[in-house]
Design a protein around this ligand. Structure first.
Ligand SMILES: [Zn+2]
Ligand SMILES: [Zn+2]
Length: 256
């Protein structure tokens, strides 16, 4: 089936998942006063126009879970974004599915200002406050966002069906912090979900991810060393069985 339509669905009240042609997911949250756009996709769609439509003309902030180009590729459509790392310029054509048949879309890149993000940053949308928590590991400046109103944690690539972790120790620190700072969290939406399946990951997956990192770092754990640091691992989570398996593999390009 050709993939040629971005899909937007409301996953909670005033909370939308934006599926960019099966490539990645962005999220839009609206409070009484303003909106929050989490990630900007590859830049293959007019995410700015879509966000403005969802936010009903209200002001909004743009935050990025990390700088990898299939989440930050659309950032240059905006004057200002918030991100804890620099935006990747790496082209990811290999990442694009052969089924991808999206209409051509291009935009004139703005000279986007990047404001750094820190744990504890709060985006007050008006009777709805969204909290930033730094969750590095997949990338150095990874961030997650917790919305107590819906109970959803938006984690980018910090947790996914397969976690690609560039530093397991950093990932464990970030995930432990995420656990501590998300009381009432009831589900997780990552930066990638299947094109026709919009189910969230269960909250318990956070424990799986922590367990997988701990197993990797244990003295008898299977991990991959480079320059004395544990890194470049792929952690595959088996949700149904509630446990995770670690598969060391060769380094993958950090642009992914
Ligand atoms: Zn990534
Ligand atoms: Zn990603």
């Amino acid at each position: 089936m050709p993939i040629n339509t971005p899909v937007v669905i409301e996953i909670d009240r005033k909370t939308w998942l934006i599926q960019e042609y099966g490539l990645d997911c962005c999220y839009a949250l609206l409070g009484e006063d303003s909106g929050l756009l989490i990630d900007t996709g590859c830049g293959r769609m007019n995410i700015k126009r879509l966000a403005e439509r969802l936010f009903e003309g209200r002001p909004y902030d743009v935050v990025l879970t990390h700088g990898h180009s299939h989440h930050a590729g659309g950032a240059k459509q905006f004057e200002v974004v918030h991100c804890a790392e620099s935006l990747s310029e790496v082209c990811e054509e290999d990442y694009i599915s052969p089924d991808f048949k999206a209409p051509n879309f291009s935009f004139v890149a703005k000279n986007t200002e990047v404001i750094p993000l820190f744990t504890g940053d709060v985006f007050d949308l008006g009777n709805r406050e969204v909290l930033c928590i730094r969750t590095p590991g997949h990338s150095e400046g990874g961030c997650s966002f917790f919305d107590p109103q819906s109970g959803i944690a938006f984690v980018g690539d910090a947790i996914g069906k397969e976690m690609k972790v560039s530093c397991v120790a950093d990932a464990l620190t970030g995930l432990m912090l995420l656990k501590r700072m998300t009381p009432g969290m009831n589900r997780i939406y990552p930066g990638h979900v299947d094109y026709m399946d919009y189910r969230a990951l269960p909250a318990a997956v956070l424990e799986d991810a922590i367990g997988a990192c701990r197993a990797a770092l244990a003295p008898d754990g299977r991990h991959y060393h480079k320059d004395g640091k544990v890194q470049f691992c792929s952690v595959t989570l088996e949700y149904e069985r509630g446990w995770a398996e670690l598969e060391p593999h060769s380094p993958y390009p950090l642009g992914l």
